[in-house]
Design a protein around this ligand. Structure first.
Ligand code: FES
Length: 499
């Protein structure tokens, strides 16, 4: 099954891969919402821009997102208010309101048919215990203090469970994949060169050259719009990569709820989507740290929907990666010690809005313009007091994986021990291998050592991928990079002839 956003993608534009040498004012790595918004803003000012995309437009995190646009934060604005205070909390909400307005205006301007609708956001608890009542009260205060109008929910807004919660009007939903495909078309018409299937293999920062397997782009400015910067970067030491899953279903009857529903049970996000006369209900949730999944998360989401709704059939399933910063705010702006290189990361679950804001901030930095919001998100900020907890936790986790995973990997006795559909990391002749036998019985044998910083990859049975728990690089069963900071594939090994 594929992501729900791919419904109706038969008319999309395709862009060629990169070959030979090219020059530009700015090279943007990544054609998701961050990269294409950056390209749009730069093209408006006459810059020559080349966008390099490893997959196809929007196929990374943007195409795996919820399609929800909201001014508060999924984790709760009260957490930000406690950590950063009222002024920052208010600025965050204001900047995100402005950003959603910008997206709406861009959709109108370029006539992008992406099912954009204004919708309310509900933050709902399924029980009414004292802890939840306190959390609700804290969130209400934070939202009001940030200037939002908040309603208390006293009636059932979903067909299950007694609920208490909050409603915030005038948020929005769209199809994120159709939006970025529309953006790609618009910027392409403005002179931006988009190159798909052009994974970046190296960046020479001194020379300003971004290299793929077959080509190179020389540019004065380099933008990492890849959700986490490619290669090794200081920012990666404080960021938590995690995965979240989505499932969609058709229901019996017409009771598709309208809005963004965040169920704090502990967290499921529900929304409906209508396209070409068909309706779908989707649920997103079951988040876990990348490389540490243990369960069949799609099945869990299917059970959740079946438990609460009259499901006719399940239609789509997909997952996406998130990176959370140690201090709760995204990192947007110039990279450490590199004035002409820009990053946008740490968006947590709120990436569509942050990604758009990031594109506007980075374009302003490149053109030397002031940006009202940049100071809060500066990628060079140092916030030891606010980052300490997250930083210590994440680095302890990386250290644990670097040490324990190597010690805990058992020996492989024979390849025949893997049944079809099974995978494992095992030691053979002193080497750590990632071995997978597909349903047809074919074996793939790869080095299990992540080329980024040498952690061992873990099997992700939900998506049939090898995922690195340290900084979130992910690889398919051929070893090729799907996403994350690694430039290169897992090394391939020849399976034995009689395997
Ligand atoms: Fe950093 Fe694998 S992603 S070691």
């Amino acid at each position: 099954m594929q992501a729900i956003w791919k419904i109706g993608d038969t008319e999309i534009e395709h862009y060629p891969a990169l070959a030979g040498k090219r020059e530009a004012d700015v090279v943007v790595i990544g054609a998701g919402i961050t990269g294409l918004t950056t390209a749009l803003q730069l093209a408006e000012d006459g810059s020559r821009v080349i966008v390099l995309e490893a997959l196809s437009v929007g196929e990374g995190c943007t195409g795996g997102s919820t399609g929800n646009l909201y001014s508060p934060l999924a984790k709760g604005l009260s957490a930000i208010r406690k950590k950063w205070g009222d002024d920052v909390s208010r600025d965050i909400v204001t900047s995100r309101i402005e950003t959603i307005d910008f997206i709406e205006a861009t959709i109108e301007r370029f006539a992008i048919d992406c099912q954009f609708h204004r919708r309310p956001l509900y933050r709902l608890f399924t029980t009414a215990d004292e802890v939840q009542a306190y959390e609700l009260d804290e969130e209400r205060k934070a939202l009001l203090e940030a200037g939002l109008e908040v309603e208390d929910i006293e009636q059932h807004v979903l067909p299950f469970s007694p609920l208490q919660g909050l409603k915030i009007n005038d948020q929005a939903q769209f199809n994120p994949l159709l939006y970025v495909q529309g953006l790609a078309k618009a910027v392409s018409a403005m002179g931006v060169t988009i190159l798909e299937h052009s994974p970046v293999r190296d960046v020479d920062y001194k020379q300003g050259v971004v290299k793929t397997d077959t080509a190179a782009v020389t540019a004065r400015h380099i933008v990492h719009a890849t959700h986490t910067p490619k290669g090794v970067d200081l920012l990666q030491t404080g960021m938590l990569p995690s995965r979240e899953y989505g499932v969609s279903a058709k229901l019996n009857g017409e009771a598709y709820p309208e809005g963004i529903f965040w169920m704090l049970d502990p967290f499921h996000s529900l929304r409906s989507y209508r396209y070409a006369g068909e309706s779908y209900l989707m649920v997103i949730g079951e988040k876990h740290k990348t490389g540490e999944g243990k369960y069949d998360y799609y099945q869990r989401l299917r059970e959740y929907l079946s438990q609460h709704f009259d499901v006719q059939e399940f239609c789509h399933q997909w997952s996406a990666q998130q990176y959370s910063s140690a201090d709760g705010l995204p990192y947007i702006g110039r990279m450490h010690a590199r004035d002409n290189v820009y990053v946008a990361t740490g968006f947590a679950a709120d990436g569509l809005t942050w990604g758009t804001l990031a594109g506007r901030i980075i374009a302003d930095l490149i053109h030397g313009r002031d940006n009202t919001w940049h100071a809060h998100f500066d990628a060079r900020r140092i916030t030891p007091a606010k980052s300490a907890g997250g930083w210590v936790k994440e680095n302890a986790s990386v250290t644990k994986h670097l040490v324990q995973d190597y010690l805990a990997t058992g020996k492989l006795k024979e390849f025949a021990e893997l049944a079809p559909g099974e995978a494992k990391v095992a030691t053979l002749d002193g080497e750590k291998l990632a071995i997978y036998r597909n349903e047809s019985g074919e074996l793939s044998v790869l080095s299990a050592v992540c080329p980024h910083m040498k952690c061992l990859v873990h099997w992700n049975a939900n998506d049939t991928t090898w995922d690195c728990p340290c900084h979130g690089s992910r690889f398919d069963t051929r070893g090729d990079v799907i996403e994350g900071p690694a430039y290169h594939a897992l090394e391939r090994r020849d399976p034995p002839v009689d395997s």
